[in-house]
Design a protein around this ligand. Sequence first.
Ligand code: FAD
Length: 306
Amino acid sequence: MLRSTLLAAARSTGARKLVESTPFTRPVVDRFIAGEDVDAAIRATGALVADGRTVTLDHLGEDTLDAEQADATVAAYGELLSRLDTAGYADRAEVSVKLSAVGRSLAEDGEKIALENARRICSAAEAVGTTVTLDMEDHTTTDSTLDVLRELRVDFPWVGAVLQAYLKRTEQDCRDLAHAGSRVRLCKGAYQEPASVAFQDKADVDLSYVRCLKVLMAGEGYPMVASHDPRMIAIAADLAGTRPLDGYEFQMLYGIRPEEQKRIAAAGNTMRVYLPYGDEWYGYFMRRLAERPANVAFFLRSLVTT
Ligand code: FAD
């Protein structure tokens, strides 16, 4: 109930204005978001890299409804990639991109524009020697994201994508993407989805996550295990079997379980932190609150005590 309310609020302009205008929101936002500009993102990347973690950076934004804003997002990724290169982090940090931030929701030719914009980001990433992973948004966009992935991979075979275990289709998508050279970031899924397409019970989502992990770990691609769940992490390590430590990786979100992130990295695994930055933090922040009652309690406490 709380989860659905928060996820509905994540898409509401009224709720957005309210949350953004509350001055006390900021300290809570700072726990999950590295800062509003590229300088902050580079600083946070440096700190993570310094203790052995790797990074994927997300220039926050989604549901872009004008072409200029989509262009500005592409330019922001260009600047980010060049700054990562200059700072010497391009071999430890890649970028994550939401297709809705680069034009997919535009009324005319949205998908075509998003594909072209994603290509520009991929070229910039290739120029500095790093990679791009496509985030996955709500289920109405899954086919479109996978189509764009296929197109991009013709020129940039290293492009990866996220799959969401809560969707009933995902086990099959894992089979389709478990081929050599493929990079799949498996997460549970963060949007509000109907029962017709998505498992609703946490236990069913977890079972699906394990089935998907089995497919990916048995396949020839590069599995990226994106979860904070200790059970999923232990099962992934077990299923990895004889895979070399550089044959898969673990991933968590910035600000969540940082000590566990360090422990996993110190054990010799690749531990990648998803690091969001920028001023369009509202949707991302609300999905984090929806994931965990403790996050909401933390938010409410800060309203009372700040
Ligand atoms: P949950 O079921 O939320 O949590 C399970 C257990 O993990 C908890 O019981 C607890 O033990 C532990 N845990 C979780 N959170 C905390 C915490 N804050 N502190 C301490 N312990 C905690 N979703 C999308 O829909 N699309 C995407 O493109 C996408 N990209 C992602 C990329 C990365 C790298 C990651 C890590 C997640 C991404 N997500 C994405 C979000 C994802 O779908 C989940 O909503 C989110 O990761 C929470 O699921 P979970 O696997 O951590 O398990």
